[in-house]
Structure formats: C-alpha cells, structure tokens
Design a protein around this ligand. Sequence first.
Ligand code: 7TS
Length: 417
Amino acid sequence: MSSRADTFNTSETSAIEQIRADFPVLKQTVHGKPLVYLDNAATTQKPQQVIDAVKNYYTHDNANVHRGLHTLSERATDQYEQARNKVRDYINAASSNEIIFTRGTTESINLVAQSFGRSRLKPGDEIIISTMEHHSNIVPWQLTCEQTGATLKVIPISDAGELDLDAYKKLLSKNTRLVALVHASNALGTVNPVTDIIELAHAQDVPVLLDGAQAIAHMPVDVQALDCDFYAFSAHKAFGPTGIGVLYGKEKLLDAMPPYQGGGEMIRTVSFERSEYGQLPNKFEAGTPHIAGAIGLGAAIDYISALDFSAIHQHESSVLEYAHQRAADYPGLKIIGQAKNKISVLSFVLDYAHPHDIGTIVDHEGVAIRVGHHCAMPLMDRLCVPATARASFSIYNTHADVDALFTGLDSVRSLFG
Ligand code: 7TS
C-alpha cells in the first residue's frame, strides 16, 4: 500500500478519493443527501480492511486465546498477540509487555487511577489535570481522591483554549504524584505542548499520563520520544472497532502496580488462601478479552501505517484551515478554540441558534456533526457556553464537506437568523 502514500503526495484529490472508497459507510445518502460525516472525534468510520479482518476472524479462526491447545485457539492467540506487537511498533513502545488491551481510553485511565493511584496516594498528595479534560480524565481521579484523600489540581487555560504553562509550573510541587493530561482536546482541538509538560514533571520525579484518545489518529505518537509514563487511547477513534483500546505504561511502573481486576487469564496460581498473579501484560487482562477487537485494531494500524502521516497532516490541516476561513466571516458565528496548534476540530456557536437546533437542521442536509458539552462540562463553564456545535474532520473529509456544512448552516440561518 505504499503506493497510496505516493499518490497522496502527487495528486491529493485522487488519493482522497481512493481513501474514501475504502470506507463503505460513506457511500450512502441520509435524508436524500450524500452523507457528510463530520463526527470523527466521536468515532471514525471503518475501512473495508478492518471490517474484513474482524469478519475473517469470526468466519475462520474464532476460539478463546491462551487456553486451548487446539489449532483454532493457537491461531486466535497468534493473531491477538500479533495485534499487540503492531500496537507496540506503532507507538514505539520498548516491549509488548507495556501494551495492555482495555475497553478503551476510559478504561485505560480508570485502570491507572485505581491500580497506580489508589495504591500509592494518601491525604495531602495531589494529581494535576487541566481545564480542557474529557470527563473520563476527570471523574476517575475524583473517585481515587475520594478513596485516598488526595486532591485534584487543575491547570487553567486561556480564552483561546491553550494551557497556562506558568500556572502549571506553579501547581507542580513536592505534593504532586501524577500529571494526567489530554494530548489533544476533543472539544477545542488544542494540541498540548506535552513534551514541555513531561520534562517539567519529570524534573520533579512526577510521572505523566497522556489521554491520547484524539491525538492517536492525527499525529505520529512515539511514547519513548515523548517519554510519557502512561498513554491511553481507543481503537474506534483511529479506524478500529469499538470496545477495544490500549493502555501503554512503562514496564517498571506496570510491574510494580497491583492488578486492576481479578479473574481468569491474569493469574499464575490460585488457592483459597492466596493467588499469584501472572506476568505482564496478562496481569492486567482479566477474563476473555475482545479478541476480534484487537485483531481489528491491528488491521486499523496496518491501514494507517500504509498512509503517509505528513501527507495526512497536510491534508487535514488544509481542510481545517478552509473550515476556519469559512467560519471567520460567517454571520453570528464564534469559533470556540483558537489554539495555534490544533487537530481537525471546528467547535463553534451561532448567536441566533442553539447547538441542538444546528445539529438537527444540518442532519437533514446529510451532515453529521456533534452538538453538546462533548463530555467536557468544566471546559464549557470556563468558556461560558452551555454547549457547542463541533465538526471534526478525518483523512477522508474534503473541502466539499466543509462547503456542505456551511450550506447546512445557511438553512439554520434562514430559519433562525
Ligand atoms: N478522552 C478524550 C480526549 C476523548 O475525546 C474521549 C471520547 C475519551 C477520552 C473517551 O474515549 P472512550 O473511547 O473511552 O469513550 N470523546 C468523544 C467525543 O468527543 N465525542 O464522543 C466521544
């Protein structure tokens, strides 16, 4: 598939057409209009290659992993472990032991909060998060704080939606035990300066967890270059299936952490007196895992790896820039999130229509966007908006999709404006 990347460079339009052809869901009409899917931050669509990988597994190889000594079980185990190796290579982890399969970003963060957090934190300890976190990087820490007596500290943001780094430096103290920060914001698109954040935390021996739910599909992630201690993401936001995700953790940290859940797969021996836990990564994978999901994630990684990230980035940036241009002079529209470094998210409000009305009306034009608080209620409070409308773009979106959004907004304006 490397020819795909070459085509991307030489003829952007035909490369995007080829990519679009891989996504069967895009070939449909909604309310009689061609579907324009702009809700990629919620979940991306799946290429045929991922759909086929899941279907092939269930059609030919379905069995439980790590259990039977029969052929199908060996095949299932091989494919499941190959998927783990693909994740390891994709994010450049040092070892497959550092790749834990979870249900997704939410479960990955809960795992760290309960295993790492609950076992180490005590009253007086502090965890630093930021104002722009998704609820799944707020609530797990609140639960841990309630259980341990630790407290949560929050990095403020500017009106443009960028972290206040001076405030962060002041919050870091001898009481800080962990920094848990979103790599790229789902509601604003802001890409945070995570290298600086990590360097500052490590200077005080504080580990850092990055919520990579949004970043993973938009930029290369190299956990060793970042030197983050934990990295969480979901497959479904990067062309893979729902119900499967990853927690990366440095082996030294994962080794020292107690199990998160108990059950089959994660033990070495069990007696009624005591149980001995298995090695990494099994220690954190109790029960039958989402085998087909992991295989689908492996196929998604194969798919995305065959594309050229710098070309993807260039294409997505040009679509976002065009959306910003069209938004800038659109009557009554205010962009929410004007950070200099952004992934492909255009969040906005109209001063004459509620986001829910915007969502309903553009849906009738075939345009799928997300409206609401985007699971970031504290961020909405900070920006003094109850909700926003959000168009989020992926590799298969085009300038024409942006035009379709604004045609939809014209309908909103003619009704409410
Ligand atoms: N963190 C961020 C930054 C997210 O954007 C999301 C999901 C999550 C965590 C949780 O991911 P999950 O796969 O475990 O659910 N964000 C969105 C969104 O923006 N719209 O729908 C889900």
